[in-house]
Write a protein that binds this ligand. Structure first.
Ligand code: IMP
Length: 183
């Protein structure tokens, strides 16, 4: 059966994503200059598509690095236990850092990431997230650039997964509850 059959509805279309990401990039273009030479940190795996589209709209010089974090396992709610699966290649001491996340849900993962970065003594840290679920927040966490606020539903596509699948969907969709109830 096609993976599209597991989608209950499209929450954010490809066109909406494209337009909003261009607008987010414009916000960042108004803040950073070549001299800032920020490092964008893509939080894997969920943010890979967002980062790929965002970086193409940025007009200031910047560098990229990648960090893989695991917080979910196979379920649809955070376990609260956060682990670094792949660490940065770069030393970010004294650098301007932009954390690029897919979604801020409870805020646990981002809180962990921000604490971890604070220990690396960067010059500045800002956060860009494609999605935010404010109704689920357990910890207040600062986010500088937010693509879309979404309701309390489990979303997939455009990099976001359920059990490592559906990341390739070109839109943000809501997964049919029977898909995660049966697994
Ligand atoms: P938090 O620690 O609860 O804020 O969760 C953050 C991480 O959980 C994100 O980086 C995602 O990888 C994952 N996540 C949270 N909500 C969703 C969702 O609706 N769909 C897919 N992944 C999610």
């Amino acid at each position: 059966m096609s993976l599209f059959n597991d989608v209950e509805k499209v929450l954010i279309s490809e066109t909406e994503l494209k337009e909003r990401i261009a607008a987010l990039a414009a916000e960042m273009n108004a803040i950073y200059t070549d001299d800032d030479l920020p490092v964008l940190i893509c939080i894997l795996k969920g943010a890979f598509m967002f980062l790929a589209d965002l970086t193409r709209h940025l007009t200031f010089r910047h560098e990229l690095d990648f960090m893989e974090i695991s917080s979910y396992g196979r379920g649809t709610t955070s376990t609260g236990a956060v682990r670094i699966l792949l660490d940065l290649a770069k030393d970010v001491q004294g650098r301007n850092v932009v954390i690029v996340e897919d979604i801020v849900d409870t805020g646990n993962t981002l809180t962990y990431i921000l604490r971890n970065f604070a220990a690396r003594n960067p010059a500045s840290v800002r956060v860009a997230t494609l999605l935010s679920k404010p109704s689920r927040r357990q910890i207040e966490v600062p986010v500088d650039f937010i693509g879309f606020e979404v309701p309390d539903e489990f979303v997939i596509g455009y990099g976001l997964d359920f059990a490592e699948q559906y990341r390739n969907l070109p839109f943000i969709g809501v997964l049919k509850p029977e898909v995660y109830q049966r697994s």
